[in-house]
Write a protein that binds this ligand. Structure first.
Ligand code: ADP
Length: 530
């Protein structure tokens, strides 16, 4: 006798599948499915099926029949019906087999003293009977004692298997939370020794899990208060949680492996034994660095912008009201110099407002480029000429190789970038500024560098200066006008061209800002980039 495409149990070690398979075999069935009754087990879970020797494709036909067919109950735990040949075929049985033997559809209610657990549906060939279905003297009645005993045994084993399955799932869920949480999580035993240290915690502190397991957690985190004073063990948040206190989002400072300190908010909780004794402590660590940086950025923004707006306005107002005095007489040279100052300050205001709008446009992703083939040498020489005319005391030299390749770029934007870099080179050179502009070619790119011999930038601050409103270096750069937007805009423009911008600098010796642009033949299309 053969079944069309019999299916093996997906996981032969699956306890449920083994139990269901054995039960179907004992009942002399050939294939079937156990449907867990949701209310019986986990009302939140979706319906669970354990298939035995049945393909998943047969499941829809089987389930629709289940809904229509007679349901067994504790009085009549086993319902046996003859299955129509077309349905048997839909459930995967071969036509000849159906014709030769006929097929029975059996439903067995599985329950124990706790309640219903589910129903076992199975297909049986011909009029076969298992040893649990002995006929009583009355022809029509089935003797249920043996069957009931079997059902109770089966229910107990299935309940146990379902529980362990649920526990494994629960464990997997918890492991996934622990593994993928962006918050640092560490757990300790009742002697405060680390027993788990999740990947976020490893990223945060720089310690690997295998280096800290078994270590006293205080020694690893070296917690400090917000002023940087070491916390004593009496301040241990886990001990507080052990003592039944609530510890939620307590701010403190912890140390990374390399000694770097950072602010965190910790939440501690405790797992207790059945007798109420603390067994494990769980520490949830939330890194506050980016929140603090944002706060800092907001306050820097406000102070930079208010200073940059107020200074020119005050100068313009001061000169304008002086000139407007009716009781004073000024000679034409004085009037002219005051008007020039007013014009310069108005230009400064105009530039700031323009940069603010520019920055918000970049943020809104609206930087529009008009990219064409561009002769960089012509642009560079033009910008240097302008700089020499504006600031004759600045010594500017230019070095451009012959036949510099044409690049693909938006001329106006590249002029803005150069203008910014040249202005900075002059602005951040307290003594007599010496500026060098160099162009060179490497592989697929043309590179333009603007070097100065000015104040330079500390290594750790070199990354920050390309961010918005970041002004670094004390004290000169803070007293030099600027809103920390120029390099942010330069970076956005160059990156929109598919290029890079970077700085090499040594404190008090000078800086070289460089940007690259793709050569004409390598430039990606389309020509207009949004
Ligand atoms: P701004 O000059 O308006 O402050 P930028 O974005 O152009 O804004 O520059 C950001 C910061 O980078 C400046 O405040 C300054 O601290 C630093 N910086 C820029 N260029 C130079 C340079 N050539 N030499 C030294 N520091 C520089």
């Amino acid at each position: 006798m053969s079944w069309s495409q019999p299916q093996q149990v997906e996981d032969p070690h699956d306890q449920m599948a083994i139990l269901v398979g054995s039960a179907i075999q004992l009942l002399r069935g050939q294939s079937g499915v156990f449907v867990v009754s949701n209310e019986a087990f986990d009302p939140q879970s979706s319906t669970e099926y354990t298939l035995y020797q049945l393909s998943k494709a047969a499941l829809p036909a089987l389930l629709s029949y289940v809904q229509e067919g007679m349901q067994p109950n504790s009085l009549h735990p086993l319902v046996v019906e003859t299955l129509a040949p077309d349905l048997a075929q839909q459930m995967g049985l071969a036509e000849e087999v159906i014709a030769e033997h006929g097929v029975e559809w059996c439903s067995l209610a599985v329950y124990d003293e706790v309640g219903p657990l589910g129903t076992l549906y199975f297909l049986r060939l011909g009029a076969q009977r298992s040893c649990f279905e002995r006929q009583s003297s009355d022809e029509d009645e089935v003797e249920y004692n043996a069957l009931q005993l079997f059902v109770t045994q089966l229910a107990t084993s299935l309940r146990f298997a379902l529980r362990s399955q649920a526990l494994v799932k629960e464990q997997d869920r918890l492991a996934a939370i622990f593994q993928y949480s962006t918050e640092g999580i560490l757990t300790v035993d009742n002697a405060l020794r680390i027993i788990d240290f999740n990947p976020a915690m490893q990223r945060l502190t720089g310690w690997r899990e295998n280096e800290v397991l078994g270590q006293f957690y205080f020694k690893v985190l070296r917690p400090k208060d917000r002023q940087g004073n070491d916390l004593g063990l009496q301040d241990s948040v886990i001990l507080q949680a052990f003592a039944g206190q609530e510890v939620i989002n307590r701010e403190m400072v912890i140390c990374a492996r390399d000694g770097q300190r950072f602010a965190v908010a910790v939440t501690a909780s405790c797992v207790r034994s059945a007798r109420g004794e603390p067994m494990n402590g769980i520490l949830n660590v939330h890194d506050l660095t980016s929140e603090h940086q944002q706060e800092e950025q907001r306050s820097t923004f406000i102070s930079v912008i208010s200073h940059e707006l107020q200074t020119p306005i005050a100068i313009i107002k001061g000169y304008a009201s002086t000139l407007a005095r009716t009781d004073a007489h000024f000679n034409p040279a004085t009037i002219r110099s005051r008007l020039v100052a007013i014009e310069e300050e108005a230009d400064r205001l105009n530039k700031l407002v323009g940069n603010l709008l520019y920055a918000s446009r970049i943020q809104a992703n609206g930087l529009q480029m008009d990219i064409t083939a561009l002769d960089l040498e012509y642009v560079v020489r033009g910008m240097v000429r302008r700089l020499r005319a504006k600031t004759p005391d600045v010594q500017v030299s230019v070095s451009i190789p012959e036949h510099l390749p044409v690049v693909m770029a938006d001329r106006e934007r590249i002029e803005e970038v150069l203008q910014n870099l040249l202005d900075n080179a002059v602005k951040y050179s307290p003594r007599r500024p010496e500026v060098t502009v160099t162009c060179y070619v490497t592989g697929e790119e043309v590179i333009v560098s603007v070097s100065d011999t000015g104040m330079g930038i500390a290594l750790r601050e070199q990354e920050q200066i390309f961010h918005r409103f970041q002004r670094v270096g004390e004290p000169l750069s803070q007293s030099t006008p600027g809103a920390g937007l120029g390099l942010y805009i330069c970076k956005a423009i160059i990156e929109a061209h598919g290029g890079r911008i970077w700085v090499e600098s040594t404190l008090r010796q000078g800086s070289t800002f460089s940007f690259s642009l793709p050569r004409e033949e390598k430039a990606p299309l389309p020509m207009v980039v949004f």
